[in-house]
Design a protein around this ligand. Structure first.
Ligand code: VGL
Ligand code: ZN
Length: 194
């Protein structure tokens, strides 16, 4: 059995004091680092994505001066800025593949990201014979949701660790987790990960 861990958008702008900080983001970054210290060896690949938007562009209507925090957002994760870097509390040493997404257009799913060599998540899953994917990161109701649904659509067995995610809004995060579970993923605490 080959497993992948997908770590979605654990970046400074999505944690407390970031341009689009989610409540509990820093705590999630720290918990993901501790989870990796204990479990990294169980994964064939550990893929981390970063939202990586163009400067001086509205990125296909993704940025707005009066954002609605549903379809439009304040500027965040602009390529080359500190806000786009991985959160300081996220120890990336065990990450095997780094993907960037959202250049010039919204891209919520890790599956839309590219590595520097151009490869994408689907390529990695095929190349490494990945059958199982665990998903963690930020934000539950946006990029975690889209990434988990795409992982299920890719025909893999998907789990989301509910203690290793945090969302923009409480209500839409609850809805997103329900939707992900309904689509076929298992929701559980990372402490119960076998
Ligand atoms: C995200 C809003 C805008 C995310 C990205 O990573 O969940 N949310 N861009
Ligand atoms: Zn974005």
């Amino acid at each position: 059995m080959s497993k992948a861990l997908f770590i979605v958008d654990v970046q400074n702008d999505f944690t407390e004091h970031g341009a689009l900080g989610v409540e509990g983001g820093d705590a999630v970054a720290g918990r993901i680092s501790r989870f990796l210290a204990a479990h990294a060896g169980e994964y064939e690949v550990i893929v981390a994505s970063r939202d990586w938007h163009d400067p001086e562009s509205d990125n296909g209507g993704h940025f707005a001066d009066a954002p609605d925090f549903v379809d439009t957002w304040p500027p965040h994760c602009v390529a080359g800025t500190a806000g786009a870097e991985y959160d300081d509390g996220f120890d990336t040493a065990a990450v095997t593949h780094h993907l960037k997404k959202g250049q010039g257009a919204p891209a919520y799913s890790l599956f839309e990201g590219h590595a520097d060599d151009g490869s994408m998540a689907h390529d990695l899953l095929t190349a490494h014979g990945i059958l199982d994917i665990d998903v963690v990161g930020l934000a539950t109701d946006y990029c975690v949701r889209a990434s988990a649904l795409d992982a299920i659509a890719a025909g893999r067995h998907v789990r989301v660790f509910t203690d290793l995610v945090a969302g923009v809004h409480a209500a839409s995060s609850e809805r997103a987790l329900a939707e992900i579970a309904h689509a076929g993923a298992v929701l559980l605490s990372s402490e119960d990960a076998a």
